[in-house]
Design a protein around this ligand. Structure first.
Ligand code: URP
Ligand code: ZN
Ligand code: ZN
Length: 464
């Protein structure tokens, strides 16, 4: 007797597609086959795709964001939106706050997340102050405890590390087999351009894009790759937005370096023109790197098709729009410099890639699974427990209606923000039912499960 059997679905993994029933017991997949037997609950998946639940390995939730600013989501609302959008695991960042021991920051994140999540969760760390104490003691201990990846920034006040500091982080990553993720934009170029745009009175949100041109991203991407090559470590270049940066990663990979790339929905369906709205409307699209142009969108698709990018994440970083603690912060009205960076996307990521990618014939269903689930699990040390439909894997599954047509609205997404940058997008295909470790959390589009998500200590990345 199984707890649950999912019957009659078309199952796709990152490599195969087959018709079979899935038997689940104690939250784990225990049988795959035809007519596998009785269950307490049978879910009919006839006419549906059954896919591994999405893993979103780049999200920011309840992250301290500067004076007077508050992120739109807590862990409940962010993971609610995630699970409504077919995700079963998310990887948010735990920010090292200045003067606070890293272990303390991790504890504070657990206090915000534990017992509040609809999906499983695992934290990356953001290293903002790589002191000898942090590099020599705190980080190695945290890596041993399963926090096996961390992000460094080459831009942003208070976060940007020097090349020397990045090298020190990489040396420590090499020792501990942790994976370094990098936000690659040239800080000095951005500061210089921001100052000169402001001096010309160009302070509207659309000038955010002018202040962070592709060359700033391309140069920093090249530099980060060089630092990783010198350090002999793998490197994940996150949220790549354009052809020039993509080509840097492609070249490095062709040279045999372990450089891994990520892109996000905003670089497939938005452009810098979206920042050009009336009054402050453009603030809704302010994120870094900024959305670019049609050629950049095409390049990002090529990167996804040709495995230059192996993961597709949301970079969910939600602020409310009509809110003085969000996009309409009073200082933001004086200059784009102060508009909080980041846009929501945790619930929209999978439907956008399914509709724009699979339905429009740009990628096949197996590539979709690889880009949205399996490669995240492999990259961040969760495979094969996560990201797989296989005996012994967690029963994290999304059952998709491949033909459902909808116009995307913010109300569908159930996050804590008050807008979606993807409002009005026509979407074909939707994750109707989502199971997290065998429990139905969303059934036919209705949230019915509890907040039973757990924190996952992770192993070593497949790339490390
Ligand atoms: O604008 C963005 N992407 N904000 C989130 C923080 C980051 O850089 O990933
Ligand atoms: Zn970033
Ligand atoms: Zn981010």
């Amino acid at each position: 007797m199984f707890d649950t059997v999912i019957k009659g679905g078309r199952v796709s993994t990152a490599s195969d597609t087959f018709g079979c029933d899935i038997g689940i017991r104690d939250g784990v997949i225990v049988a795959l086959g035809a007519e596998i037997g009785e269950a307490r609950e049978v879910i009919d998946a006839t006419g549906r795709w059954v896919l591994p639940g999405g893993i979103d390995s780049h999200v920011h939730i309840a992250q301290p964001s500067g004076e007077g600013l508050v992120m739109a989501d807590d862990f409940e609302s962010a993971t609610r939106s995630a699970v409504m959008g077919g995700n079963t695991t998310v990887l948010p960042f735990c920010l090292q706050e200045s003067g606070v021991p890293l272990r303390e920051s991790v504890r504070a994140y657990h206090a915000k997340a534990d017992g509040r999540c609809y999906t499983d969760v695992s934290f990356h760390l953001i290293i903002s102050d790589p002191t000898p104490q942090v590099l020599g003691q705190e980080l190695p201990a945290l890596v041993r405890d399963g926090y096996t990846s961390f992000k460094v920034f080459m831009t942003y006040e208070g976060l940007a590390l020097s090349d020397r500091q990045i090298l020190e982080v990489m040396a420590m990553a090499r020792e501990t087999r942790a994976l370094v993720m990098v936000h690659a934009e040239n800080y000095d170029i951005i500061r210089f351009l921001t100052d000169s745009l402001e001096a010309q009175g160009k302070t509207a949100p659309r000038h955010h894009a002018d202040s962070r041109p592709m060359i700033a991203e391309r140069e920093a991407t090249h530099r980060a790759i060089s630092l990783a090559e010198l350090s002999e470590v793998p490197l994940m270049v996150v949220h790549v937005s354009n052809r020039e940066a993509m080509e840097e990663i492609r070249r490095a990979r062709q040279r045999g370096l372990k450089i891994i790339g990520e892109t996000c929905p905003q670089y497939l369906v938005l452009t810098a023109q979206d920042l050009d709205g009336l009054n402050m409307e453009g603030a809704k699209y302010v994120c870094s790197p900024p959305p670019r142009d049609r050629d950049s969108q095409e390049a990002c698709w090529q990167g996804l098709q040709q495995d230059v990018f192996s993961v597709f994440s949301s970079d969910h970083c939600p602020f409310r729009y009509d809110d003085p603690q969000g996009k309409l912060t009073p200082k933001g009205r004086t200059s784009f410099r102060w508009v909080p960076n980041g846009i929501p996307g945790i619930g929209a990521r999978l439907p956008i890639l399914f509709s724009e990618g699979v339905v429009k014939g740009r990628i096949d269903i197996n590539r979709f699974v690889a880009l949205t689930s399996t490669n995240h699990a492999k990259t961040y040390g969760l495979y094969p427990r996560k990201g797989a439909i296989a005996i012994g894997a967690d029963a994290d599954l999304a059952i998709w209606d491949p033909e459902r047509r909808q116009t995307l609205t913010h109300a569908m997404l159930r996050d804590g923000s008050d807008y979606t940058p993807y409002e009005g997008l026509e979407i074909v295909g939707w994750p109707m039912t989502t199971l997290v470790r065998g429990r139905v959390v969303v059934r036919e589009g209705v949230l019915e499960g509890a907040r039973d998500g757990v924190h996952l200590p992770r192993g070593v990345s497949a790339h490390a």
